[in-house]
Design a protein around this ligand. Sequence first.
Ligand code: NAD
Length: 273
Amino acid sequence: MSNELEGKVAFITGAARGQGRAHALKLAGMGADIVAVDVAGPIGDFIPYPAATPDDLAETVRLVEELDRRILAFEADVRDREALMAAADRAVTELGSLDIVVANAGICEPAKWQDITPESWQATIDINLTGVWNTITATAQHMIDAGRGGAIVITSSYAGKKVQPMMIHYTSSKHALVGLTRGFAIELGPHRIRVNSVHPGGVATPMGGGDMMNRIEASTRENPKVNQMGQAFMEPGWMEPEAIADAVAFLVSPAAANITSEHLSIDQGTQYF
Ligand SMILES: NC(=O)c1ccc[n+]([C@@H]2O[C@H](COP(=O)([O-])OP(=O)(O)OC[C@H]3O[C@@H](n4cnc5c(N)ncnc54)[C@H](O)[C@@H]3O)[C@@H](O)[C@H]2O)c1
């Protein structure tokens, strides 16, 4: 796949660390220039794992530059559509085009339904769902205007195909991304812009750090049967972020030229258990 994306520009949200950084490095390794967007700061006290930092985003920049690719980094919140539009405009002016969008930024809070607050409900929907809408509406017109086609990949989750217990807000947002993927695939299809979603199972990223595992355990304590859900068929039952980046790389590559409105699971079977 090397250099298959030469001359293309990839706009990636949540690119400071975790899967977003892995996507940036994978696509840069295939020749793409990168636009890295990340809030690089805390979202709210309800999030049980540490926030990404400006240093994380700077490290993504350093690693992409090490691959001899150009990168523009923006500290921006995907809830801020104006900021995303400004980033997309600058990317086209400075890097020449926008060909690939990976709408990956997201947050996750394990909580029983009674413990989800209006604040955490709203933030989850605003970031995980509206943030993806903001990302696509800020970038798609540039792709249409250039007339070169394009590829959009939306990061949902196994929680976009089945319930992830004790995460009604997260599960709702990730299910909604399936409909969003289908809707955009239909309307952008005539412009040769393909839109697909990826549905990871457990991925070893900072999202699983801090107090995350304790909070998952605490949220299911009164209903331990649900712990049987979301198990992988394969060992070790979780993946490195590069596994998801490989799937994203496939979906944006010429090998996937006829794939759109697809919902690709990278989950070792988790969606079926
Ligand atoms: N880690 C998993 O097990 C797992 C499984 C399935 C799906 N996912 C999804 O994968 C995506 C990437 O998650 P990750 O595992 O890399 O987690 P992560 O927390 O390591 O990375 C997420 C990145 O998104 C950024 N971000 C969060 N809110 C933002 C906002 N409002 N604006 C801009 N950037 C924002 C964060 O700062 C962070 O850098 C998320 O959408 C997540 O829901 C994760």
